[in-house]
Design a protein around this ligand. Sequence first.
Ligand code: CA
Length: 410
Amino acid sequence: MNHTHVSSIALSLLVACSGNGNDPVVETPVTPDTTTQTAAVPTLTWTVVLQGLAEPWDIAVAPDGAMFYTEKCRGLSVRRADGSVVRLFGTAGAALVAPDLVCVGQSGVHGVALDPQFASNRTVYVYMLSSASTPRTNRVVRLVVDAGYTQASGRTDIVTDIPFKDQGNGVGGAGAHSGGRLRFGPDGLLYVTTGDNHNPTLPQHPTRLGGKVLRLTSAGLPAPGNAPPAGFDARIFTYGHRNVQGVAFRPGSGQPYVAEHGPNHSDEVTALVNGGNAGWDPQQRPSLSCPDGYCGYAGNATTMPMTDVGRFPNAMRPAWTNNGASQGMGPAEFVRGAQWGAWNGRLAVGIMAAPRLVLLQLDSAGAARAVVQAPLPNVRVRALTLAPDGSLYVATGTGEIWRVVASVTP
Ligand SMILES: [Ca+2]
């Protein structure tokens, strides 16, 4: 049974933010845009598509409306157009069992993406923690799904060496900070986000793949044109990240943007520059006390910045820092289509620790102009995916997947 809800929250007014990042925010000017807004604020209608899921982590929607989704400790499933669900890949009971799949702490099965040619090649990509290597690693796995969405076959592990935090340490448990979002860009290339594993050396490491955004061909090879510094692994598109769990591509320009958690401050949204350094470096800082040499939770925005322009003057500057707060910023997706009205082209960002969905307005130069909280229940937002029809799918911390439809009253 689907449940449909319609927002009736009026959003025509701008409300100034208190600035502490904790209050419900209707619309917060960042740098007020003086251009005239003519489009109307949309009404959102949301339907619970699935419920009772076990930690849903990501969503991909096929051109025919079939919806793939992952559950962190189970694997990949698909909800077919008739509403029936098939477990395609993962633990016992799936059509294709992955005996090496493990689930530890934050890690397990994360991102899912469909090949740009999915309608003809039926190819799906999944990010998962695997015990097939020693030590265990995060992998990107390629699968082929049959026309009826009943079987997965042809497993090929196209990336096998993304670091995983195998042991707990002084700053947290095993499995932390694995990144894990997968998205194809409009350039036809596969973007893979990874995390720092609470390992101080990974983000700035030239050849290890933690704390990076990778850009790959569909075979897992370095994308032509990747331009990391000399001596870096050629799969690296950007480096110096903490734990990126959102990547999306701006309509029109195709510019990739990432969203990543801050430590005790500064969730960041950043426009990526090919070969760029995002400026995260939790290595030893003599002024701070750093358990197991990891300074990521020590200090503050000045002494342990998310973007250290002192160490890295050319670091990519964030477009937005969530007003300086750390609230578990995770998934990101640009909404687009006339039905989104005044919000057409905004970046939807899911926030987990202070549960809500926000829509960030960027100006033509990529600077943040305003942010509005979507008129939806305040839930922990784990995944955001725009379907081919312009509706927004949301995976929640309550084990649900919603389909959010925007409309503008003429
Ligand atoms: Ca940064």
